[in-house]
Ligand binder design. Structure first.
Ligand code: ATP
Length: 244
């Protein structure tokens, strides 16, 4: 594996029974990179994230992850292992605990940590980053707007202090202004924290504005890859995903 690689997939395939949703995909995430995984509905984007977190069982190929403790294969690991190794997943639909308060959601994010003092400091940090969450810290997460819940989901994942953050369609169901606000915050996060991000999006335009590089999935196969600027300039991307 190249130095500075956080995750390297080689010929990664994943199936649901007889349906092969991911076909021999090879991709890599460099340390501190934001990489976009683009594609239409059903292309296999969510399946790729599930393969990384171990929440799908039929996976073949190689998936090498480098944590601070060294290199390991993620094939066949359980979701709890992924979290233990510093992989945080913000699933589609946000996955916040709607009955718990905003603050308790953030504390749940830090459950695998033991550094109590630093957890309090991180809580303050995220409340400073997302003032709207601070104002609503004692309210149930279910009372938040869609955009606020997405911000809470991101902040909760970051409370884990992850090495790798997996984001599944954070723009889904949000108004354009809210999406712009969320992505501006994600841009600040990457500059500040240097966390490696795999960003699944159907909204190629906004994803490529944030990302360093990207891959395009079509029917389970990676059909295009390149820097964000290269991909943005491609006719196929313009036509298929940017509506031009
Ligand atoms: P979307 O944006 O709709 O989530 P996607 O690119 O993330 O699309 P996947 O969710 O990875 O696509 O789905 C890839 C293929 O796998 C699709 O054909 C889908 O119907 C199928 N699939 C996804 N989840 C399951 C499942 N739990 N059981 C069976 N088939 C599934």
């Amino acid at each position: 594996m190249t130095a500075g690689t956080v995750l390297a997939a080689e010929n990664l395939s994943a199936s649901y029974g007889p349906l092969q949703a991911l076909r021999e995909a090879s991709f890599r995430l460099g340390e501190g990179e934001v990489v976009a995984l683009l594609g239409a509905n059903g292309a296999g984007k969510t399946t790729t994230l599930r393969a990384i977190t171990g929440s799908i069982v039929q996976v073949t190929g190689s998936l090498e992850y480098t944590s601070e403790a060294g290199a390991l294969s993620l094939i066949g690991t359980a979701p709890a292992d992924a979290a233990r190794h510093g992989i945080a997943h913000v699933p589609q639909g946000r996955g916040t605990f709607t009955d718990l308060s905003v603050e308790d959601n953030l504390r749940v994010g830090a459950m695998t940590r033991r550094d109590r003092g630093e957890i309090e400091a991180d809580l303050d940090h995220w409340f400073a980053t997302f003032p709207r969450l601070k104002e609503r810290r004692r309210k149930p997460a279910g009372n938040l707007s869609g955009g606020e819940q997405q911000m809470l989901a991101v902040a909760r994942a970051m409370m884990m202090r992850p090495r790798l953050l997996l984001l599944d369609e954070p723009s889904l169901g949000l108004a354009p202004l809210v999406v712009a606000d969320l992505f501006a915050t994600l841009g600040r996060l990457r500059a500040e924290l240097g966390v490696t991000v795999l960003l699944v999006e159907q909204n190629a335009n906004i994803a490529l504005e944030l990302a360093d590089r990207g891959y395009v999935l079509e029917a389970g196969r990676i059909v295009l890859e390149g820097t964000a600027a290269d991909l943005m300039a491609k006719d196929e991307i313009q036509k298929a995903y940017l509506g031009q």
